[in-house]
Design a protein around this ligand. Sequence first.
Ligand code: NDP
Length: 283
Amino acid sequence: MAEHWKGAPVAQALTERLAAQADQLKARGIIPTLAIVRVGERPEDLSYERGALKRCEKAGIQVKQFVLPKESSHGDLLEVIHQINADRAIHGCLLFRPLPPHMDEEAICAALDPAKDVDGITAGSLAAVFTGRGAGYPPCTAQACLEILDHYGCDLTGKRAVVVGRSLVVGKPLAMLLLGCNATVTLCHTRTADLPAECRRAEVLIAAAGVANMIGRDHLAPGQLVLDVGINVDQEGNLVGDVDFSAADEMAAAVTPVPGGVGAVTTSVLAAHVLQAAEQSQS
Ligand code: NDP
């Protein structure tokens, strides 16, 4: 049976470090502050927001919420973003997406100051992830994968890492982060010729495709470390990942569960970015 790499202990260890860092900032008169911007009342946004509020409270971060009705105009939202950019007391901004279709999401994301982009949604942040230079932060989910590997003692140097999924939110930035830790990285997608064979070659396999249970016995090899980023609802209405958990449990050395794995670490990474942004606002 594989080790179950749960997210909660990772999140807790991170949060304890962050609370100490927040105390130090407060002693210097800086109150680390996150703006949460939400348009409408989508249940998944509300659920993530509750988690973020709880995590920020534990980490000693103040939150300012900006809630707009879903029929607000593009201009209304842009004004909020400009207000956040201009407010020196706000260090980071979490903007829930997708935005309603009448808003130009690309333009809204581009308007956010990359120095406050703690969730990695601006082109500036992605450029920073790819070049290692400039202002911005990696998307929280991608970084959460690295936090889990680090917490459970995986040294990525020289390891063959395979990521299934090449989105800008998870797959691509994650590949860059893994590369930064000296892994040898393969990015797979829908046109990959022999996905099971590519996956079997991995020492660290990370699934971020958004297809319920698609990584099965064919894709797995003994001794692998398997991280499951996927959040899907299966035919019975259960929340499941991209990895067939029972197959991974049988074959892998370690596997993250869904729920309770990668997803449980993302708000701690968000909090870490807010504190980093608060530190950097002073420099
Ligand atoms: P996208 O739909 O944007 O991207 C999915 C990627 O997976 C694409 O690159 C696609 O390839 C690839 N893919 C899809 N199906 C297959 C397949 N059958 N074989 C190989 N590759 C495939 O999804 P996201 O990156 O936004 O999210 C991925 C998953 O992660 C989702 O389940 C999402 O809910 C979850 N997620 C979880 C978070 C968390 O905190 N745990 C946060 C963000 C996302 P191609 O490019 O060729 O189309």
